[in-house]
Design a protein. Structure first.
Length: 256
């Protein structure tokens, strides 16, 4: 059997240019696939590069989609694992930079549940979601708070209102995390094990949940209430009305 020592396409990380790609000279058709996924050829470097302002997640998706397209036609692909490492999250001056670490996706953790039999093992998986430093619940709370701060930078009434709405959502996410911690602790002390003849998890029907308004309906409702350049804006709230209006509770930020 003939072993192929060089891949047809290789993705890596350049210290200045970010994610780059190199191709084998034997396959000139690779150029079209890379260009479809927003890579552009640099003749001076003999590499394919992405635009300087390409977000990290966008670059990872471009590598994944291009790799799948290459593999579908029988081409070999090599990728540096460091492509998955996100850049550090910016912090104010004097605050240590928190290095973001790649974590398992919720899809991977959900798939892992299908292979487990002991309650304690399920608790271990749930603990990964609740991890104080890299769990998805804490990350979601921080993401929403950061989005709220972004809205504040608009300096408009609509921006401040949406920022406060997002902080209320972050408060609910923190409450959800507390409830999940309780469930995780209960699972950790349960000695239960699924019996050998239990049906596969994929065959157990999921119970219906309460219906909530669709995203489309909610978006249309908010758009209908939003101010428009074609109609006058609503009058400002009087001081008496502002004093009577309830204020959502602040988001309890976790120490991360």
């Amino acid at each position: 059997m003939k072993l192929q020592l060089e891949p047809d396409v290789a993705f890596g990380v350049h210290p200045d240019l970010g994610v780059v790609a190199a191709v084998s000279d034997d396959h000139p058709s690779l150029d079209g696939v890379l260009r479809r996924h927003h890579f552009r050829y640099s003749s001076t470097l003999d590499l394919y590069v992405l635009a300087d302002d390409t977000p990290h997640n966008t670059a990872v998706r471009a590598v994944a989609r291009a790799s799948r397209e290459f593999q579908d036609v029988g081409l070999s692909v090599a990728a540096d694992p460091r492509i998955m490492l996100p850049p550090p999250i910016p912090t104010p001056d004097g605050v240590p930079v928190r290095q973001a670490l790649p974590g398992q996706s919720l899809t991977a953790l959900t798939g892992e549940l299908h292979e487990l039999r002991r309650s304690a093992d399920v608790a271990d998986v749930l603990e990964q979601i609740l991890d104080e430093h890299h769990g998805v619940v804490g990350d979601l709370e921080e993401f929403i708070d950061t989005a709220a701060a972004w809205c504040d930078r608009l300096g408009t009434a609509n921006g401040r209102e949406l920022g406060q709405h997002l902080r209320t959502i972050a408060h609910h996410v923190a409450f959800l995390g507390d409830q999940l911690v309780t469930a995780q602790l209960d699972l950790a002390v349960m000695p239960d094990v699924t019996p050998d003849d239990a049906p596969p998890l994929s065959e157990v029907p999921l119970l219906p949940r309460y219906e909530i308004p669709s995203v489309t309906h909610t978006a249309r409702s908010r758009a209908a209430r939003a101010s428009s350049p074609n109609r006058p804006t609503a009058q400002s709230t009087s001081p008496d009305e502002a004093a009577r209006s309830p204020t959502p509770p602040p988001s309890p930020r976790r120490t991360r």
